[in-house]
Design a protein around this ligand. Sequence first.
Ligand SMILES: Nc1ncnc2c1ncn2[C@@H]1O[C@H](COP(=O)(O)OP(=O)(O)OP(=O)(O)O)[C@@H](O)[C@H]1O
Ligand SMILES: [Mg+2]
Length: 309
Amino acid sequence: MHTVAVLSLKGGVGKTTVALGIASAALRRGVRALVGDLDPQGNATASLDPPMTESTLADVLETPRLAVINEALAPSAWSDSLDVLVGSEELELLNEPGPESRRMDNLARALDELRAAREDDPYELAILDCPPSLGRLTRSALMAADTALLVTEPTMYAVAGAERALEAIETVREEQNPRLRPAGVLVNKLRARSYEHQYRIAELRESFGRLVMPTAIPDRLAIQQAQGACTPIHEWKSPGAQEIALTFNMVLAKILRSSRAGRHRLDHTESGELETAEQAPDYPGSGPGQNETTSQFPAIRQYAEPETG
Ligand SMILES: Nc1ncnc2c1ncn2[C@@H]1O[C@H](COP(=O)(O)OP(=O)(O)OP(=O)(O)O)[C@@H](O)[C@H]1O
Ligand SMILES: [Mg+2]
């Protein structure tokens, strides 16, 4: 089971939309998947609309035992092939800083339990929808994840926000979870005709090079319509929805490829040295040198620079 954490520093940039879009692509492709809703707002749970459960992810984070996990797990209304580890408001209590750091790895333990218990019907992908902060809940997602997907809007603070998020990933990788890799920076709510958005994307690419996903998600009403109808974007029949569905197919494919690349690298390196999971192609139309980064942050340079040798 590959675990991807979907995160951002800012609220409202589209983490839940991206988590659901990847889940929708997984469903379409026949990839058995699980969405873990770590956000006390519970938006992913509301959209996936599972039946009432006896426990929630808040209980799992307190007691990461299989019995509790099974009580917090339910099939989504989208399909029996897509399950939800349901979120709840009580998660907020676990997001506050506290002395008891032992709970931080409880999500990782819970997912290990799940992996071991479901050898006959394994999940191929677990998608963790994080709350809008780099607090304890997001950090526990990073401790449990194989890759981390950063979501950003093409706005003025995007570069600074992505830098801070990548630094957080790097800290967790160094201190707690050596297998963690950035899956990429995914730009959401792009208005292709906006000069400002084009400028911000160029800025992101200059800072993060190939870490910036080759395709951005456009700003489309279809996303809100599909969410409002609790329907996977792949089933929403409008040209706008179909374009977005294709983009999520690409994002899913990249995550699954990085999963394989990650396994390969961990097999062949002794300490999981700092490497991005996969080399992404450029944005269409990007010129020579666009894959290079001028970031002043060493961690980001290591992720973003093309591999040599
Ligand atoms: N590409 C898009 N086009 C149009 N609307 C979008 C797009 N992406 C997200 N939205 C809308 O923006 C709002 C915020 O999106 P979403 O809930 O996914 O963000 P979030 O980062 O998960 O928010 P939070 O930080 O509160 O969890 C929602 O109403 C969603 O429907
Ligand atoms: Mg959200």
